[in-house]
Design a protein around this ligand. Sequence first.
Ligand code: DI6
Ligand code: FE
Length: 403
Amino acid sequence: MRNTGRLLTDAHVATMVAGDAPYGLIENAALAMQDGRIVWVGHGDAIPDAYRDFEAIPLEGRLVTPGLIDCHTHIIHGGDRAVEFEMRLNGASYEEVARAGGGIVSTVTATREADEAALLASALPRVDALLAEGVTVLEVKSGYGLDTETELRMLRAARAIADARPLRIVTSFLGAHAVPADFAGRADAYIDDICIPALRAAHSQRLVDAVDGFCEGIAFQPEQIARVFDVAKELSLPVKLHAEQLSNLGGAKLAARYGALSADHIEYLDEEGVAAMAEAGTVAVILPGAFYTLRETQRPPIDALRTHGVPMALASDCNPGSSPMTSLLLTMNMACTLFRMTPEEALRGVTIHAARALGLDDCGTLAAGQRADLAVWDVKHPAELAYRIGFNPLHSRIFGGTA
Ligand code: DI6
Ligand code: FE
């Protein structure tokens, strides 16, 4: 009987598997896949007999990478904040906008007004922009509902993306994102009366893959985040945290204490926090889109993260306020130009390290046994992916072995 597998030939494959070659690059490579998984990858001269009768797909020297992974987005939300963008350009700071009832809270109003179908429909064009650049895994957070009903609706809309498009969705419950107007000055009551019960409800409906929070002066204090994380622990859910974005409250250290998957933003992270993350195996998720949009000047401590061996992931942070961005290629370019990350670090950031930031070990690299989630690019060298600005060289996207 003829085998049903497929064999990519005449390709250069950036496996992203650590080894001698930068990018784990295999030149003149082939890659065999079957039943949604990679079964073999290696030099084109060494294809094992078992895969020789697979359906051959010659790639004419193109580059193959793992499908890209956007490990931090708020892509489900109502409305937009173009007017706030304009306010900031007229002189208001992000914190001033937030304290004036704008910012996250204004998106909460728009999100509460949207039903599940509307939330999904408005997100899909943004999702499609990411898919067009080879994204195969997308993390999506709640956090613009701030009441049980809307938080759950956001998570249902997030899950529904995976029915509407060929990609994998990973959800994070972000009830501790902002204090809603009706709880102004009563953040503790919000955590106890809304956030934690909503987390329990969402978890019981299997809507939650991880628990996130925003640890910041304009959001929640470390003790309040810790109460949410204690519940996550009780429910056996992994945690992650928006930490040290606008100031240093010791959020990354707190996250590390809970064995967090990641600490995200981290512009104001100090060396002690870096060491705590290294010790805990917590990934640093770098979000240059928010840095750029907010015209931040404090850069994340890239050198210290390197020295301590903390894996660095990159993500779009796609959200209507601080990062209205739907491009991982541009994210990579910004990480290189603004933070002096190398193109190889940038590609690791949206593949192997992004997978780790989501607690996934079956994607983000190209090796036998991994999911056959791939991106095929019309480029000669992987550095081209981070190099160009506003140019998309994607040739094709393969999800679960299917184009
Ligand atoms: N940090 C951010 O950059 C986003 N959320 C967060 O905790 C901003 C979200 C927004 O402004 O709507
Ligand atoms: Fe965020």
